[in-house]
Design a protein. Structure first.
Length: 287
């Protein structure tokens, strides 16, 4: 909502980047992100739809193969087509939004020529007369070639396992193929556990940040004696939730010992949490 907020004068790049980070961190991030973006792109508010298209293009540049694979499916492409089609939202979508959607799909035909469904979707729009001619894109509108997939798979980074798997798969012995299957399953499980750890870390740090911000606002009202009974109850509930988040942060820190960047984020979140809890005790609990 913040990344696509039409009421602000400029794009909120910090929120857009956080959105991309969440997409990358979540196992099903690309799928959920594209559902949300489709809904926003179909918004009757022109500003919201245009902001959502900016977020979409940024995700294409920053979210890698998993995102590209999902966006190239008819499931998502059809949602974009609805914005252009007079049978659906094309009758009330603004010309600016329709023009931008056309540019986006056309730019994908340029940079993802191997994605057959994108090519088919665009040719269908031309055949139906919805797109009369290819848009002339300024260079800054055409997406740069996607960045290479990050090497986070064990088979990418563990040469020994990669060689073992290749040898087992070439074998004609049933026991070797069974061993290869077990190896693949163990790697998938390990990858899923890593992804779950990242997702837990991102979600917890985000919750800490939001709770601390709200606590600061309510504590300021409390100091000025301008706080309602309902807000006092909210403040107490936030304090109790933040106390429960502390052991969770310690557990996340123990999981992230080998990742200096992740550990630094967790420790920073813990500092914010400790400060907020200390202020609550000083201002509220002492009274």
């Amino acid at each position: 909502d913040e990344a696509t907020d039409p009421s602000i004068s400029e794009e909120n790049w910090e929120c857009i980047q956080q959105f991309c980070d969440q997409v990358n961190a979540d196992t099903e991030g690309p799928l959920f992100a594209l559902r949300l973006l489709a809904h926003k792109i179909q918004s009757p508010q022109e500003g919201e739809a245009l902001r959502a298209l900016t977020v979409l293009e940024t995700c294409v540049n920053n979210c890698g193969d998993r995102f590209h694979s999902e966006m190239a499916k008819f499931r998502f492409l059809n949602e974009l087509i609805k914005v252009l089609s007079p049978k659906y939202y094309g009758i009330w979508s603004s010309e600016k939004v329709k023009s931008r959607v056309t540019e986006v799909i056309f730019s994908w035909t340029v940079w993802f020529p191997q994605e057959v469904k994108i090519q088919e979707a665009y040719q269908m729009l031309k055949k139906q007369g919805i797109v009369k001619e290819d848009p002339k894109l300024p260079e800054d509108k055409i997406l740069p070639p996607p960045s290479p997939r990050p090497q986070n798979s064990i088979f990418d980074t563990d040469e020994e396992k990669s060689k073992l798997l290749a040898r087992l798969l070439k074998s004609s012995h049933p026991e070797d193929l069974q061993a290869a299957n077990c190896l693949i399953q163990s790697v998938i499980k390990e990858e899923q556990e890593k992804s779950a750890q990242v997702s837990r870390r991102v979600n917890t740090i985000s919750e800490v940040s939001e709770n601390v911000k709200r606590m600061d606002e309510l504590l300021e009202s409390y100091r000025r004696q301008e706080i309602s009974t309902a807000d006092q109850e909210t403040l107490q509930a936030l304090f109790q939730r933040c106390e429960k988040l502390r052991p969770l942060l310690f557990r996340l820190a123990s999981e992230a010992v080998a990742d200096e960047e992740a550990l630094a984020e967790i420790l920073q979140a813990n500092d914010k949490l400790s400060r907020a809890l200390g202020q609550y005790r000083q201002v509220v609990a002492s009274q």
